[in-house]
Design a protein around this ligand. Structure first.
Ligand code: S3P
Length: 429
């Protein structure tokens, strides 16, 4: 990949990954037909579809259109053999909550990366609710013997939408109410969608609290999946750091529990405008225009972290091109993502000539030095690949990624879309 002279034009990013997963899950548990329009056909969401098919749900997909023939809360059937969640932490942790409520036993596993990711964070609360879960010492594969759940009031040690969602989904099948209180607000798509499907759920955002009561049937819905801000993030940063750039990103989900990157861009002096703010299937959406900007460093810490956790690799890239120091802290969760992102971001930015210091819970980046091309080690982490594809476009000389295909996890058309904005193919093999 080479430096790009300018990035110009319009782009529509694929559907939101978190919402696509949840649409498959709630659609499977609902009575009747659920249609998802704009579904993300990335490998992670296809893993969710495959798991629910294995649990007896008929799901049809034609590109971005998905139809789920839900069989009601108690309509899943025991799968034969292990479910495979592939690379997807969201599939694994959310489905665990659902499986904990079933009167049968299910095994679930995943790829090499997923088998290294911590599952105690869901095993423990589900165990407190009465589920019997065996694991490989807190890691996949899990064997979940479900049924007989009772509600709990869970104080979560971590702000994680996957943990919160797992417990709330188990709460659909528990006796009595189930609540989760988090140290900070995490993405709230599960709560919004559960409400839309007819569940009895209430939230108190100020207290970072959600509570679900069982007993309501879920009813199939028609859902328009908005564009994923985590995918838009690569174009936001590319437009800001590449010379002479001007990009319009259409149809971006700007749910405040996901949109921390927008506040960071504003704090760093980015030229950004929001056009035609609207609501789509209960989510905030707008088009976003970004232009090349003289950025400066900032401090990113505290409650904003869960609202931009997946964007931190590309935010680190942006900080490398900003004048002065950027400090990112309170983000130790980066260590347990698809790769240890504190290590993988630091290694690759350093290889490109950036002055970056990893810390226990983030980075210190001295920005403003010109970066040069390098061989990027992606560790097959889709967000590392896309973040460093963007860095390569703004750096001098040539870069190469050791794996391009991993972007398929969340954004199969990424290089095509990036090439469209550059006016030429960005990929070299
Ligand atoms: C997700 C929650 C986040 C995020 C992940 C998707 C979700 O994970 O990093 O990509 O859809 O609930 P954590 O819950 O582990 O923070």
């Amino acid at each position: 990949m080479h430096k790009c002279k300018q990035l110009r034009g319009e782009i529509r990013v694929p559907g939101d990954k978190s919402i696509s997963h949840r649409g498959i899950m709630l659609g499977s548990l609902a009575r009747g037909k659920t249609c998802l329009h704009g579904f993300l056909s990335g490998a992670d969401c296809l893993s969710s579809i495959e798991c629910f098919r294995r649990l007896g749900i008929q799901i049809e997909r034609e590109g971005e259109e998905v139809t789920i023939h839900g069989r009601g809360l108690y309509g899943l059937r025991e799968a034969c053999g292990l479910l495979d969640a592939g690379n997807s932490g969201t599939t694994t942790r959310l489905i665990s909550g659902i499986l904990a409520g079933q009167n049968f036993t299910t095994g679930i596993t995943g790829d090499d990366s997923l088998r290294k990711r911590p599952m105690k964070r869901v095993i423990e609360p589900l165990g407190q609710m009465g589920a019997d879960i065996r694991s490989a010492d807190g890691f996949l594969p899990l064997t979940i013997r479900g049924g007989g759940l009772h509600g709990i009031d869970y104080i979560s040690p971590v702000a994680s939408a996957q943990v919160k969602s797992c417990i709330l989904l188990a709460g659909l099948f528990a006796e009595g109410s189930t609540s989760v209180t988090e140290p900070a607000v995490s993405r709230n798509h599960t709560e919004l969608m559960l409400k839309g499907f007819g569940a009895d759920i209430r939230t108190d955002t100020k207290r970072h609290y959600s509570c679900i009561r069982p007993g309501s049937q879920l009813t199939g819905q028609d859902i328009i999946v908005p564009g994923d801000i985590s995918s838009a993030a690569y174009f936001l940063v590319a437009g800001l750091i590449c010379q002479d750039s001007d990009i319009l990103i259409k149809n971006v989900n700007t749910n405040p529990t996901r949109a921390g990157i927008l506040s960071v861009i504003e704090a760093m002096g980015g030229n950004i405008d929001y056009i035609d703010r609207r609501e789509v299937s209960g989510e905030e959406v707008c088009d976003i225009n970004v232009r090349t900007s003289q950025l400066h460093g900032t401090v990113i810490e505290g409650d904003i972290i869960p609202t931009l956790i997946d964007e931190l690799p590309v935010i680190a890239v942006m900080a490398a091109f900003a004048d002065g120091e950027t400090i990112i802290r309170d983000a130790a969760e980066l260590k347990v993502k698809e790769s240890d992102r504190i290590a993988t971001v630091s290694e690759n930015l350093r290889a490109m000539g950036c002055d970056i210091r990893p810390t226990d819970d983030g980075f210190v980046i001295e920005g403003g030095r010109p970066l040069h091309g390098a061989l990027i080690h992606t560790y097959k982490d889709h967000r590392i690949a896309m973040s460093f594809a963007v860095a390569s476009l703004a750096a001098d000389g040539e870069s190469e990624l050791d794996d391009y295909a991993c972007v398929d996890i969340s954004y199969p058309g990424f290089f095509r879309d990036l090439s469209g904005l550059c006016g030429k193919s960005v990929k070299h093999f």
